[in-house]
Design a binder for this molecule. Structure first.
Ligand SMILES: [Zn+2]
Length: 414
């Protein structure tokens, strides 16, 4: 596929300029209407290359089919990316810049020269010397997370429509809104999608393949103090804010927290603290790759609260746990070939696979538990959710190559 006329760079640059920032406080779906602008563009472009059933539903999801061109039974494979970008950094007026033949020198972003991308900060860049890199201009994120994935899937569709000699089964294309605010599958219609196995295109480094995510719960503590007039509070007042502060301060600082863990180490992490004299709330996220550890962590966290509350006579607390998502490996373990085929496809495309574990979740974690085992494949997106975000054009092209090999491997599935 070396000389294939890739469309991935041109597509990426165009999609990156469409503002699709998700809104974390919105209750509507999608969280921001503007995400649908990209959905509409993608549907038009799919139709233009001959994917005739491409449609955008009322929620902004895009569904499309590339029909099988082999006569025997092959599982239906879904390729999925999210159209929204992270609200952590502005996604308005993104100006993508293509840096041809990257030399390894610092890249100064023109619209804010204090933003400098260096190999010291981003060691992966050492592997990208000679590549064409795309960055934003300094005041926004780039949105390679996950418009790189979108552009890769659109290029795949173009390649397959133009080259009918590449054998493949039925392929379902899915673009989702609101992944970045954890709601990517909220209105997803799995029946309509009707695929057997899937892959999200939303990982970073060349060769990355991830089929293991965190398992995730949320835990909320509600603290009740005793209110009194501050002038006449002696011996009466019990301050809920002080209980909350003391509780958070009692937690380990050099382990069991995001700042001090990596690899397979889990953590608990306060995400918000609010309140006043009488009532305070502390919210946590609980994470580990081993689902059975979550309950252990929740008991341990509650023990810290018990210890704290015992030092504040008159105060009380209640807590509740909410399940968020589970490690997709629990599902993919039973169908290991889904990951193995992706690894084999990379090898066929001349890429060294880098199996990794996700210290987070993806749409794929949730879709795996909704019946669609769904590992995550690299796109080249790096330094995501930041003004330093970048992507290598060649990494995106190699992802297209991988998918072209992958659809062919699936035609031999027994
Ligand atoms: Zn993403």
């Amino acid at each position: 596929m070396k000389n294939a006329p890739y469309s991935v760079e041109e597509r990426f640059v165009r999609y990156a300029q469409v503002d699709t920032t998700a809104d974390p406080v919105s209750m509507s779906f999608p969280s921001s209407e503007k995400q649908k602008n990209l959905s509409a563009i993608l549907v038009d472009e799919l139709k233009a290359i001959g994917v005739s059933d491409a449609e955008k539903d009322q929620w902004g999801y895009v569904y499309a089919t590339i029909p099988a061109n082999v006569s025997h039974d092959v599982p239906t494979i879904c390729f999925c990316s999210h159209i929204d970008t992270a609200p952590d950094c502005s996604g308005t007026d993104v100006k993508p810049i293509v840096h041809r033949n990257y030399t390894g020198h610092p890249i100064v972003l023109p619209d804010d020269p204090t933003q400098v991308i260096t190999v010291e900060q981003h060691p992966y860049l050492k592997e990208k010397i000679g590549d064409d890199l795309i960055t934003a201009s300094g005041t926004t994120l780039l949105g390679a997370d996950d418009k790189a994935g979108v552009a890769i899937i659109m290029d795949l569709a173009t390649q397959l429509m133009r080259n009918p000699e590449i054998p493949h089964g039925k392929i379902r294309i899915l673009f989702t809104p609101d992944e970045e605010v954890g709601r990517g599958v909220e209105q997803l219609d799995m029946q309509k999608l009707n695929a057997d196995f899937g892959y999200t295109l939303d990982s970073g480094e060349l060769g990355a393949i991830e089929d293991e995510s965190f398992s995730a719960d949320a835990m909320t503590f509600q603290i009740s103090g005793v209110s009194a007039h501050p002038g006449y509070a002696k011996g009466k007042m019990v301050h809920a804010i002080k209980v909350a502060a003391s509780f958070v301060d009692s937690l380990p600082k050099d382990n069991w927290c995001p700042e001090a863990t990596q690899g397979r180490e889990g953590f608990v992490h306060p995400t918000s603290i609010s309140g006043g004299l009488e009532e305070a709330t502390v919210s946590f996220i609980i994470r580990d790759h081993d689902t059975s550890k979550l309950a252990e962590y929740e008991t341990r966290l509650e023990n810290y609260m018990k210890e704290t509350i015992s030092q504040f006579p008159g105060a009380s607390y209640s807590c509740k746990v909410q399940a968020q998502y589970r490690n997709m490996k629990e599902i993919i373990r039973d169908v290991p070939f889904v990951t193995d085929y992706a690894i084999r496809a990379m090898e066929k495309a001349g890429i060294t696979p880098r199996p990794t574990i996700i210290r987070g979740g993806t749409d794929g974690s949730r879709m795996s538990f909704m019946g669609l085992p769904c590992p995550n494949i690299f796109t080249g997106e790096m330094a995501i959710h930041s003004r330093h975000e970048y992507v290598s054009v060649q990494d995106m092209q190699k992802a297209v190559d991988t998918l072209i090999e992958l659809v062919q491997i699936w035609t031999k599935h027994k």
